[in-house]
Design a protein around this ligand. Structure first.
Ligand code: DO4
Ligand code: MG
Length: 284
């Protein structure tokens, strides 16, 4: 089932039908067994017509986040390791990527507070001081305050390859800035963990011409999802839970950089599609 956060209220989608839930978003999602709770809510929920639900989703959709921090894992796929070794080979930073790929401890970094997160059909920014910019399509987890994965969504970990390539210590500047994180369109809540056969797809269009297309599956990931979660929660409490992007496997070729007005479309099986428009701060 899917939960959508909208400016008109929370929508639960189950079996092609929509229900309005009267809850505080953070309290609703931060439960021990969200799936079981939503099943009960659906039985007693207020059903609305598909036409009305579609209007809410079209006009009022918000990113599926409340007060949570967004974190991200890096170099969880071989493709990400190789791309970063390539971009940093002239500046001497390449070694740290091969070491973290092999190490027991994963790379985890702070990505965003909710006010820097954008949702479906909203704009992400590329930095004006960066010459080489890419989206990173990633499975994102919603983990409750007890450390249990409760839901999945789509993450777009916007990144400056030129800034990170210059020096890995510039990672926070390459990764953390206004509108650098996309999440959405919904939370996908399933009874069982998401299968590793789940596909991730990304296209990038410029003036309606396809500039990039890539496909992968979660099977390519070197780490297990609970392994990433256990490191994130080792010494850190998250009162209303947290979001964790789990790393990218799709990296456009080295001669590609995003431009304003590009359209990034990321789909993950069972979850849906997140579309972000690329913009430069100050120009919209
Ligand atoms: O090591 C830098 C960031 C890696 C990352 O964001 C990813 O692999 O997705
Ligand atoms: Mg990433």
């Amino acid at each position: 089932m899917k939960l959508y956060k909208t400016g008109q209220g929370i929508l639960l989608q189950f079996k092609e039908e929509y229900y309005v839930l009267q809850h505080d978003w953070d309290k609703l999602i931060n439960r021990d067994n969200l799936y079981a709770f939503l099943l009960e809510e659906y039985l007693s929920g207020k059903k609305i017509t598909t036409t009305q639900a579609e209007e809410w989703l079209r006009e009022y959709l918000l990113p599926p986040i409340g007060s949570q921090e967004v974190w991200a894992a890096g170099v969880t796929y071989l493709r990400s390791r190789d791309a970063r070794m390539e971009e940093s080979k002239d500046t001497g930073g390449a070694d740290c990527y091969s070491r973290v790929y092999e190490a027991e401890r994963p790379e985890l970094f702070f990505k965003a507070l909710p006010h820097r997160v954008v949702g479906h059909l909203q704009s992400v920014y590329i930095r004006k001081d960066s010459a080489w910019n890419v989206p990173e399509p990633e499975l994102a987890l919603y983990i409750n305050s007890a450390g249990a994965i409760q839901a999945y969504t789509i993450g777009n970990d916007m990144s400056s390859r030129s800034i990170e390539g210059e020096n890995p210590l510039y990672l926070p500047q390459a990764k953390v800035y206004d509108k650098s994180a996309g999440l959405g369109p919904c939370l996908y809540i399933s009874e069982q963990p998401i299968p590793i056969e789940t596909g991730i797809h990304m296209t990038i269009h410029r003036n309606e011409v396809k500039m990039y297309e890539g496909n992968t599956t979660l099977k390519q990931m070197k780490r297990l999802l609970p392994e990433l979660v256990s490191y994130l929660y080792r010494e850190t409490d998250f009162a209303t839970g947290s979001f964790l992007m789990t790393g990218t496997c799709l990296v456009p070729p080295a001669d590609f950089t995003l431009q304003a007005n590009d359209v990034v479309t990321i789909s993950i099986d069972s979850i849906g599609t997140l579309v972000n428009y690329v913009a430069v701060k100050g120009s919209i």
